[in-house]
Structure formats: structure tokens, C-alpha cells
Design a protein around this ligand. Structure first.
Ligand SMILES: [Zn+2]
Length: 123
């Protein structure tokens, strides 16, 4: 049995080579009506299969433990200017990083409304 990755990123498990009229014609999965053309598939190595199984096991354990998982991380973060009250949408790139201690950093954002620079995440 082979594992395949299609060019669309789909993982196909338990595929077997399909022979039509004595010629090799891609792959099929027993019990499934779908067949996969040879051109759109990559046969995964033992290492790749193990990596996928490990990831699935990790996800399964996290799910079972009730741990909250991030499906889609936020694209932007929101901060409120402590001078004018403007709500600002920013990304990592918008921040100025300043070292405060050995391995600690403070992050600053400049408000485009009033020019005030304020620390993000400082209380
Ligand atoms: Zn402001």
C-alpha cells in the first residue's frame, strides 16, 4: 500500500497501482470510486508517512486533552493609542523593538493620528 500526495496537497492513503489494459494507469484506493492519475501524484517516502502520522497523533492528543488549537492565526492585531484613543490595526512589521533586559524586549507602535509612540503590551 502506498501513500500519495496529489499536486493539490491532498494526502491519499492506501493506494495501489492501477493497471488498465495491461498498462500502468495511476493509482486507486480499494473501496473508493476515485482514481488518481500518475501525473498528479507523488508517492510519499516512509519518513514522510511517519511525519504525517506523528502530526496526526499530536493533533489527536491535543484534541482529546481539550487544548485550544489555532486553526487560523489572526492576520492583524489591534492596539489602542494611550494618548488619542485611536484603535490601530498593526502587524509585527509595524512595531519598533527595544531591548529592556537580557532576553526581554519591549515593543513600540507610533500612532499615525497623533504621533504618540506607546508601548504595546505594557501595563
Ligand atoms: Zn494617537
Amino acid at each position: 500500500m502506498l501513500w500519495l500526495r496529489t499536486k493539490y496537497g491532498e494526502i491519499i492513503e492506501n493506494a495501489i497501482p492501477r493497471i488498465v489494459d495491461g498498462r500502468y494507469d495511476g493509482f486507486e484506493v480499494p473501496g473508493s470510486k476515485y482514481t488518481f492519475k500518475y501525473e498528479v501524484c507523488i508517492v510519499l517516502s516512509k519518513e514522510e508517512i511517519e511525519a504525517i502520522q506523528k502530526l496526526r497523533m499530536k493533533e489527536h492528543l491535543e484534541e482529546a486533552s481539550g487544548k485550544v488549537q489555532v486553526v487560523k492565526p489572526p492576520k492583524y492585531k489591534i492596539a489602542t493609542c494611550n494618548k488619542c484613543g485611536a484603535e490601530l490595526k498593526y502587524t509585527e512589521k509595524s512595531l519598533r523593538k527595544e531591548q529592556s533586559h537580557m532576553n526581554e524586549y519591549l515593543y513600540y507602535l507610533t500612532c499615525p493620528c497623533c504621533g504618540n509612540e506607546f508601548c504595546v503590551g505594557c501595563s
